[in-house]
Each structure stands twice: as C-alpha cells, then as structure tokens.
Ligand binder design. Structure first.
Ligand code: HPA
Length: 268
C-alpha cells in the first residue's frame, strides 16, 4: 500500500469513512479555525511524514469533522519550502487528502499587499499567481503527469462561490495575483517594486506549491490571503514574523466569516 493510502486508512479508522468535501489549509496565525470544527483531531505527530510544528503560529493537527454542515479536513498548519528546501513539503498531506476522496481545497495564507486599496487587515482572493521562488514541487516527478497546465489553476467556480459568500457578508474580497517568494527573509523594497512591475498584487512564502500539487492530484483549489502588512518599502510599519502573527487575527475574523458563509451555501 502507498504511504498516502496507509495514512488515509489510519485517518478513516479514527474519523470515520465519509470523504471530506473540502480540505482547508490554514496559514500563519490562522490555525485557530481548526479548533472550531466539530470532529476528530489528529496531531501531525501521529501521521508519519506530515510536517512538524516548524513555524510558530501554526497548529500542527488535522481535524476532520463538520463545519457549518459540511464535512471538512482542516490542516492547522503547513510546511513551507524555506523550512526544508523542499518545495514538495506538502505533497504527502495533499496526497492523503485525495486518498480520502476529497476533491476540493481551500488554502489560506498571510501575505504582504502591494496595493493601497488592499490594506492590512483585509483579504485578497487569488485569481492567479507568479512562482517567483525559482523552484517547483513537481521537480523530480518522473511521469508525464508532471506537465500540469496552470490556466485557471485557481478554480473559477470555487472563487465565484467565495465572492458570493463575501458579498453576502459584506466583507471586501478583491481578487489579485499572488507572487511566491521563497522566504524566509522578507523581500527588499526593490523586490517589491519588481513584483509590482511583474503584475503581482500581494507577496508571500507559501500556497503556490500547494496549488501546483493540487492541480497535479486532480483537486480543485482556491486560495485567500489575509493581508498582515504592506510590502517592504510601501509603508512605515515594521515587517516581521511577530508582526504577521499579531496582525493575522484582524483579517482572520473576516476570513472565518467568509469561509463559514461559503460552507453554509455549499451545505444547501
Ligand atoms: N512577504 C512575504 N510573506 C509574507 C509577508 C510579506 O510581506 N507578510 C506575510 N507573509
């Protein structure tokens, strides 16, 4: 049996056989939503090969259960390329999600904004991305399946449903392009200007590898950024991981409102 099939069997033993309808991956400072799911929590430590609690602000557990009437699998934390140098760090968790029979994924992250009209504390729905980190999670994949098309990689139908949920809750949800930098150092002001020139609206250190892997695994995916700061050089505020964690709750409340409404709409 493959490792992902083994882990999926272990998870089914504990959480029951029903396939989750949505996977949710929570970003820095956004992990608390996993504690609001009515279900079974499985620490990543019980899931061999799952990422360790490498980054503060993440909650390293998988929770499977009901949220607003929908069966979800919530990953309270993720691994980043900068932790290991491996862009495919989230491949196993996503393979397990697919092995559980889940077909849809929502990713969240903390990001820096490049647009004055997308302020700190706000949200941005990714409508496309730029992989600027110079690597790809499918490097080393030996099959022709590695040649994954990336047009509409940010699923149009899921995005529309998220936009409707946000509008219904009167939460601003502008769409924009997310540019993936490797981190862990933040960008220089020159890099932020370059990203802007290239067409980016926000910058961050995650999500793009997972979108690529989701596509590869046949999962439909969409992602929302919580803006924790303006990009380097665009404002006087400090940029640090502490700042990210301190500012994440501002947008996290809006994110939770949108996600809950979105799930309610799906449950109908
Ligand atoms: N840059 C990269 N990643 C981030 C930022 C940023 O400004 N803010 C939160 N995550």
């Amino acid at each position: 049996m493959s490792k992902s099939a083994e882990l999926a069997a272990l998870i089914r033993d504990r959480a029951g056989p029903e396939a989750p309808e949505y996977g949710l991956i929570l970003g820095s400072g956004l992990g608390h939503l996993s504690s609001k799911v009515d279900g079974v929590a499985i620490p990543y430590d019980d899931l061999p090969g799952f990422p360790h609690a490498g980054v503060s602000g993440h909650v390293p557990q998988l929770v499977i259960g009901q949220l607003e009437g929908v069966r979800v699998a919530v990953f309270g934390g993720r691994s980043h390329y900068y932790e290991s140098g491996r862009a495919d760090a989230m491949r196993l968790p996503l393979e397990v999600l697919a092995a559980l029979g889940c077909q849809k994924l929502i990713l969240t992250n903390a990001a820096g904004s490049l647009r004055p009209d997308i302020p700190t504390g706000g949200l941005m729905l990714l409508n496309d991305h730029i992989a600027f980190a110079g690597t790809n999670p499918l490097i080393g994949e030996a099959t022709d399946a590695r040649f994954v098309p990336m047009t509409d990689a940010h699923d149009v139908a899921i995005r529309e449903a998220l936009l409707e949920a946000a509008a219904a809750e009167r939460v601003e949800l502008p769409q924009g392009v997310y540019c993936w930098f490797s981190g862990p150092s933040f960008e220089t002001p020159a890099e932020i200007r370059a990203a802007r020139t290239l067409g980016a609206d926000a910058v961050g250190m995650s999500t793009v590898p997972e979108i690529i892997l989701a596509r590869f695994l046949g999962l439909r995916a969409a992602a929302i950024s919580v803006i924790t700061n303006m990009g380097a050089g665009l404002s006087d505020e400090s940029i640090s991981h502490d700042h990210t964690k301190a500012m994440a709750p501002l947008g996290a409340a809006k994110l939770e409102t949108v996600l809950r409404r979105f799930l309610q709409d799906q449950a109908r």
